[in-house]
Design a protein. Structure first.
Length: 235
């Protein structure tokens, strides 16, 4: 799964990397993005270009009664996604990219011991990962604006992630982004092959402090390497 991540890029970097055609949005570096928080998401605009906007993490289907359901839909399993009620419309018409600098995973420890947090980032220093995602618009009407939400699609792990967890985010290769975001493609069968594990050499990881366990901690110390026995070093 993917339950926390970072974005350490600027608007200019995002604009260049994702070939955006929209104007700037305001956001700051984040070391601990958590579910239900807003984060930059890239998707196809109605004019045919690409735009970025701040969306709420945790997809809320248009038919949901309230926003609370989003907390249980921060991830969407790739397997069978095209037929699941919460995602089958979005996989056809509302695919998106969730740009991240790195993400966290917690590895199970020996009985009675707390899980060890790990930070995972691309092998290339400063590279941006393109998570495959879906977005939806919920509510609105009257004086209340609609709320746009998103989810991160997950798949089976590659060799690195297999040592930490049985799932990992779908990370799109740069060459696959155009196809994923192409609004003319509404048949899921034409994009499902992209929902696969990243190459084994695409990522590196290291253990980090337990500070990341709390979303209140959003600072560089969250990604600072520690030895597993010193998991609480920065606490």
């Amino acid at each position: 799964m993917c339950g926390r991540y970072t974005h350490l890029f600027t608007w200019k970097q995002l604009h260049r990397l994702m070939t955006l055609t929209s104007g700037p949005i305001e956001f700051k570096e984040r070391y601990n993005v958590a579910p239900t928080q807003d984060a930059p998401v890239v998707f196809s605009s109605s004019s045919g270009g690409r735009e970025a906007a701040l969306l709420r993490w945790g997809l809320v289907p248009h038919w949901a009664k309230d926003l609370a359901i989003g907390a249980s839909m921060i991830n969407a399993r790739a397997e069978g996604i095209e037929s699941k009620p919460a995602f089958r419309a979005a996989i056809r018409r509302r695919r998106c990219i969730v740009p991240v600098s790195g993400f966290y995973e917690w590895k199970k420890a020996a009985d009675g011991q707390p899980k060890q947090a790990y930070y995972i980032r691309p092998t290339g220093e400063g590279d941006v990962l393109a998570f495959a995602g879906l977005w939806e618009s919920w509510g609105g009407g009257g004086d209340q604006p609609a709320v746009r939400t998103f989810t991160v699609i997950t798949t089976t792990p590659n060799a690195l992630m297999q040592s930490l967890h049985d799932r990992m985010p779908v990370i799109l290769a740069p060459a696959d982004i155009d196809r994923w975001l192409n609004p003319a493609i509404e048949d899921p069968a034409q994009v499902l092959d992209l929902l696969r594990p990243a190459p084994d050499d695409a990522l590196v990881c290291w253990p980090v402090s337990s500070r990341v366990n709390s979303p209140r901690n959003d600072e560089p110390a969250c990604i600072r390497p520690v030895d597993p026995p010193a998991a609480g070093l920065f606490g």
